[in-house]
Design a protein around this ligand. Structure first.
Ligand code: HEC
Ligand code: HEC
Length: 234
């Protein structure tokens, strides 16, 4: 029975069911598929973001992420997590408490650079900002991408064949900035080594920790270089 259903669905559908099941178990926030947001309202709020993420969502700084064309659900989840971390920091949660309490749990993201802009964002603003950035055009051109590193086949199941994910919960990584991706993969790898997830600044998401745990520094460099040179036009 199960087998015939799977055969009828085909591999692509199976992969997407697999990814959604894993995500459903791990996501701290589930965003209903009917939620859309108002990009025009988001555009107004985004003035506070331009300096670091670019006025069209393409960051001028290699260590900071491009947001243009990124998947909506993914953006909402990141902003909510960074808001939680910013609030904990504002409330002066101590380092020790962070390591054991809400701050240090899995599925958390914390980055002090983002604190001031997210700490006061109400949910509707987060959703509107995400709608705005998801609707912008990512413009990285393909730039002499090298042969994909062998290990890259592992990434395709979730991030798509050329770094463009069809699942709104999984980020596109094609054309993302190299230094930024290197830092993220290092953060996940660090979190994988910490039983309670990342305790201070950093990033924890079990699904990516599993992936990053076995990456050598050279793999992280090669993967970040490869994806950063792919075109992100969809
Ligand atoms: C002072 C610079 C700065 C400003 C201003 C800023 N950001 Fe960021 N943002 C960053 C940095 C640095 C990161 C990467 C954090 C990390 O490494 O975890 C980031 C990460 C993000 C991410 C995660 C992207 C991803 O691919 O996971 C989102 C979403 C985001 N910012 C949205 C915003 C929005 C919306 C605003 C305005 C309300 C904003 N940022 C303003 C510096 C900034
Ligand atoms: C099983 C699914 C899955 C696989 C396989 C996978 N990823 Fe991910 N990846 C995710 C999810 C989900 C996220 C977002 C997690 C979060 O919320 O922090 C993510 C996040 C990322 C990010 C951060 C993107 C950003 O904008 O901040 C990078 C970089 C990344 N993955 C690279 C890779 C690479 C390289 C591989 C292969 C070695 C890989 N991933 C394999 C699911 C996967």
């Amino acid at each position: 029975m199960m087998r015939s259903i799977l055969l009828r669905l085909g591999t692509a559908a199976f992969v997407s069911i697999f990814a959604s099941t894993v995500l459903a178990q791990n996501s701290s926030t589930i965003i209903r598929s009917t939620v859309r947001g108002d990009p025009a309202a988001g555009k107004n709020l985004a003035k506070a973001c331009d300096a670091c993420h670019g006025d069209q969502g393409m960051s001028p700084i290699d260590g900071f992420p491009n947001l243009a064309g990124q998947n909506f659900n993914y953006l909402v989840k990141q902003l909510r997590e960074m808001r939680t971390a910013a609030k904990a920091r504002a409330e002066n949660v101590t380092q020790a408490a962070r390591a054991t309490g809400a701050f240090g749990q899995r599925n958390q993201r914390s980055n002090e650079t983002m604190d001031a802009v997210v700490v006061e964002l109400v949910d509707v603003n987060i959703i509107n900002l995400a709608a705005y950035y998801a609707g912008l055009k990512c413009t990285t051109q393909s730039n002499n991408a090298p042969e994909p590193p062998k290990i890259e086949t592992r990434c395709q199941i979730c991030h798509g064949k050329a770094g463009i994910s069809r699942n709104r919960n999984i980020p596109n990584i094609a054309g993302q900035n190299k230094i930024y991706m290197t830092l993220q993969l290092q953060s996940y790898r660090e979190a994988a080594k910490t039983p309670s997830g990342s305790a201070a600044d950093g990033r924890s998401a079990p699904i990516m920790e599993t992936q990053a745990a076995s990456l050598a520094a050279a793999d992280i460099d090669a993967l970040s270089d490869y994806y950063s040179r792919l075109s992100c036009a969809k």
